[in-house]
Design a protein around this ligand. Structure first.
Ligand code: F6R
Length: 241
């Protein structure tokens, strides 16, 4: 793992965008894996700026998002579909974007189709990840085993309460999500994980310094050959390295 610790969220976001920019400049038809949540917002802002300044052309890029809530219509402002359009897709010239369909009648079939679509596109070149304060990546929650492919996940109470801030009431927060599995994530050729804030410090320490363990799903990343981790000082606060 390559680790960089930044003084500010702004410089972290800029560094993340530079890594994506290098990927897209080197391979204009890159397949990129994207994340939602608060963590990638600064990075998406920087990617929009690089597009507006004529540095980046996304017209041949394909994207696959990590996950989507089950049961939330695309039109709901907190669906990940709406999030991605608002914060990135509608602001750059990307055309080929994919998210799991959380409203599919056959969710198991949808999971299989999603993995198949990633395979057909040639696999993900660069996958962006945030991390949950419980160590989840995508929505792969702490468990006694790693789940391989895209799957339907019952969100834990800790994730539901972390997501509560985006909804008007606790009842509205979805309880399930479709998420790329650990195997799907691990099959990306390169991975870029970002974390900001003291609330991520314990998960980052466990990911980087403890045993590989499905109870800290992100710890599997230690076995991947090409992972870059960008942290702010608070998220790096627990590291003894
Ligand atoms: C989002 C995702 C999640 C988030 C994680 C951190 O697509 O898969 O793993 O990256 O929950 O969320 P934030 O960035 O809101 O702290």
């Amino acid at each position: 793992m390559i680790l960089h610790v930044f003084e500010s969220e702004g410089s972290l976001a800029c560094a993340a965008a530079v890594i994506f920019a290098a990927q897209i400049l080197r391979k204009p038809d890159s397949v990129i894996g994207l994340a939602t949540g608060s963590t990638p917002l600064g990075t998406y802002g920087e990617l929009v700026r690089l597009y507006e300044e004529g540095v980046l052309d996304f017209s041949r890029v394909t994207s696959f998002n990590l996950d989507e809530y089950v049961g939330l219509p695309k039109s709901h402002p907190e669906s990940y579909y709406a999030f991605m359009h608002r914060n990135l897709f509608d602001r750059i010239n990307i055309r080929d974007t994919h998210l799991p369909d959380g409203q599919a009648e056959d969710l198991t079939g949808e999971c299989r189709k999603y993995d198949e679509a990633i395979r057909k596109a040639g696999g993900v070149d660069l996958q962006l990840l945030g991390i949950g304060s419980n160590g989840h990546i995508g929505f792969n929650e702490p468990s006694d085993r790693f789940v391989y492919g895209t799957n339907v996940i019952n969100l834990t109470e800790s994730t539901i309460s972390a997501n509560r801030r985006f909804f008007d009431s606790a009842d509205e927060v979805p309880r399930r999500a479709v998420s790329m599995g650990i195997g799907t994530i691990m099959s990306a050729r390169s991975i870029l994980l970002l974390a900001m804030g003291a609330q991520k410090a314990d998960a980052i320490k466990a990911m980087m310094e403890d045993e590989v363990d499905p109870r800290i799903p992100a710890s599997i990343l230690r076995t991947h050959p090409s992972v870059t981790v960008l942290l702010d000082k608070a998220a790096a606060g627990g590291l003894s390295l």
